[in-house]
Design a protein around this ligand. Structure first.
Ligand SMILES: Nc1ncnc2c1ncn2[C@@H]1O[C@H](COP(=O)(O)OP(=O)(O)O)[C@@H](O)[C@H]1O
Ligand SMILES: [Mg+2]
Length: 300
């Protein structure tokens, strides 16, 4: 049975009340198929972390529903592994003990646990560091422990909130490759939030762009770039075209600069099959923009 389907239906999440109320997500509907790797881009403060927290069960939406494999999400669970920007490790526990935490919690028998820890530490390249403390590891290694701690539970779903954004460029690329490797092997569903356009395209099988707050779905693409993704992917023509599209969509949200003519042509009404813009947004898009002819007369 394939597992890891995520469905958000009409999710609205508001913090606070009255004059201080802040709506982070508004009528957001989104579906992830089992094994999808959905990258999510959106302006800062648009509700990306709120999205992760809602699927993780840390936040409860006021309206709408989140389901994983048909089950409504009401609390956190080991079926949904969460990885944040800073790995939340226990500094007083050894790497092995950190990884062991979830297994112990689930009452997995000790001999089995030990083998599972060995296997996962090997997978993330930390076999030799099981008996070190987190403070004795580099940032990238700590994030590997964070990944191992989640992966050891074989989650159906991985929820990742800018997990690599505090790492240097080289380490980040290594972590991205490691993540793709385990995703290919385990086949879990990944919801991956980032503000890094390259990262979103490099990793994802699909990509969602959110509007500025309150976060709604602005666009949803399939990313059909061949795998395995390599350094060459980053300089391929299709990659650059997608990147341009994302830059334009984000710029439109962040500073109100209308997306270029090029994007308009790739708009669903223009017959392009890769960009799907929600119909509600489509109407706004049409009214916010000059007619195509005016665009073409005044190219930016
Ligand atoms: N716990 C909270 N209490 C009050 N407001 C919050 C809370 N978490 C997030 N927000 C607000 O919700 C909005 C979206 O935040 P967030 O989901 O963190 O955005 P992003 O991750 O896209 O930067 C922001 O305006 C933020 O201030
Ligand atoms: Mg965030």
């Amino acid at each position: 049975m394939s597992q890891g389907a995520i469905a958000l239906e009409n999710v609205t999440l508001t913090f606070g009340e009255g004059q201080n109320a802040v709506t982070a997500l508004k009528s957001l509907s989104l579906t992830l198929r089992p094994g999808d790797f959905l990258s999510v881009l959106g302006p800062s403060g648009c509700g990306k972390s709120s999205l992760i927290n809602t699927v993780a069960g840390f936040q409860k939406a006021q309206t709408g529903e989140v389901r994983v494999d048909g089950e409504p999400v009401s609390r956190p669970g080991p079926d949904r592994g969460v990885v944040f920007q800073q790995p939340t490790l226990f500094p007083w526990k050894l790497v092995r003990e950190n990884v062991d935490f979830g297994l112990k919690f689930r009452n997995v028998p000790r001999p089995q646990r030990s083998q599972m820890i060995d296997d996962i530490l090997q997978k993330v390249g930390l076999s030799e560091f099981g008996r070190h403390y987190p403070a004795q590891l580099s940032g990238g290694m700590q994030q590997r422990v964070g990944l191992a701690r989640v992966l050891v539970n074989k989650p159906r779903v991985m929820l990742m909130d800018e997990p690599f954004s505090s790492l240097d460029a080289q380490t980040r690329l290594m972590m991205q490759e490691l993540l793709l490797q385990v995703w290919t092997e385990y086949g879990m569903t990944v919801l991956f939030v980032t503000h890094d356009i390259d990262e979103a395209i490099f990793l994802g099988s699909r990509l969602a762009v959110l509007t500025r707050r309150p976060g709604r779905l602005k666009a949803l693409f399939d990313i059909t770039l061949p795998r395995p993704r390599t350094i060459d992917t980053l300089v391929s023509k299709d990659f650059v075209t997608l990147k341009r599209t994302c830059v334009d969509l984000l710029r439109e949200e962040m500073v109100g600069i209308p997306a270029s003519t090029d994007i308009r042509r790739r708009h669903p009404r223009g017959g392009h099959d890769q960009v799907l813009v929600e119909s509600a947004d489509l109407a706004a898009w049409e009214t916010a923009h000059q007619p195509a002819s005016a665009y073409e007369q005044n190219p930016r």
